[in-house]
Ligand binder design. Sequence first.
Ligand SMILES: C[S@@+](CC[C@H](N)C(=O)[O-])C[C@H]1O[C@@H](n2cnc3c(N)ncnc32)[C@H](O)[C@@H]1O
Length: 315
Amino acid sequence: MHPDTRTQLEPFLNRIVLGDCREVLKQIPDESIDLIVTSPPYADQRKEVYGGVHPDQYVEWFLPISAELRRVLKPTGSFVLNIKERVVNGERHTYVLELILEMRKQGWLWTEEYMWHKKNCYPGKWPNRFRDAWERLLHFTKQKQFKMFQEAVMVPMGDWKDGRLKKLGENDLYRFNSRAGSGFGKRVANWIGREYAYPTNVLHMATECYNRYHAATFPVDLPAWFIKLFTEPGDVVLDPFMGSGTTAVACVRLDRRYIGIEIKEEYVRLAEERIAKEQDEDGSLDWEKIVRFNSGVAQEASRNASRKSQHSSSS
Ligand SMILES: C[S@@+](CC[C@H](N)C(=O)[O-])C[C@H]1O[C@@H](n2cnc3c(N)ncnc32)[C@H](O)[C@@H]1O
């Protein structure tokens, strides 16, 4: 990383910035972030709690943010977006699908889609569908070669090892190409004697409500899984919609540096308290330092906004 970039990034490291990510992101230097993992406010949901964007305006609202995220992400970095389209007038709205198409036009590669299966999803009955037990985790990258550490998320082989590997057929001993002509080939015998396998793209995790003050938290294991997969210790992870600080907690546990942005002061406090508990048994915080830092960021944002309005009135 260029020394100037490092100097510009330094004040943001291991901080939750109070502010609107549409403004704060502009202050983060180009190509300085290794991983972005976030769950933005879902269209129109919890509008009364922390704002919300109408599904029809969601793409338009998000695109300037994804453009900034692309600017700050390193070429080898990844962006994991936790999102799920809501039901409007009895059918699934298409804003997530439209967003994917528009982000591709911005230059993002839609590299993969992971699914979060919510193991403990709330029971319910609807006339035309079943309860929704999964959310999308869209994986975007800037290029085909990106940092990925697959060994970090391997899973035990489990019962498959005792059943399938004990009864090997002739086709299991050499690389066997799919009869369907899909180009997919495998040699099952490769897995003999191994304790761990690579996981699937479905993550089975229970929802967690960290506490009653934030209604839409994801479980720590969720960002932690992607942090292990796409970063190394010391790398920088950004969550521009930090909420109760879950991504930061995962970073502390995994020895990564974090940058959080959150628009609601009460959530910034909640996140800071949570992080402090993670770092320090007595949970003590230097509030003066946090307030000083946040007011500096707010001043910079208002300077930028007035520069922008001067520019647009003079042009
Ligand atoms: C779905 S929640 C994120 C929850 C988080 N993953 C957690 O585990 O706590 C989205 C968060 O984005 C915040 N938010 C909404 N608009 C924002 C904006 N423009 N800039 C920064 N934060 C924003 C909301 O206040 C809310 O806390």
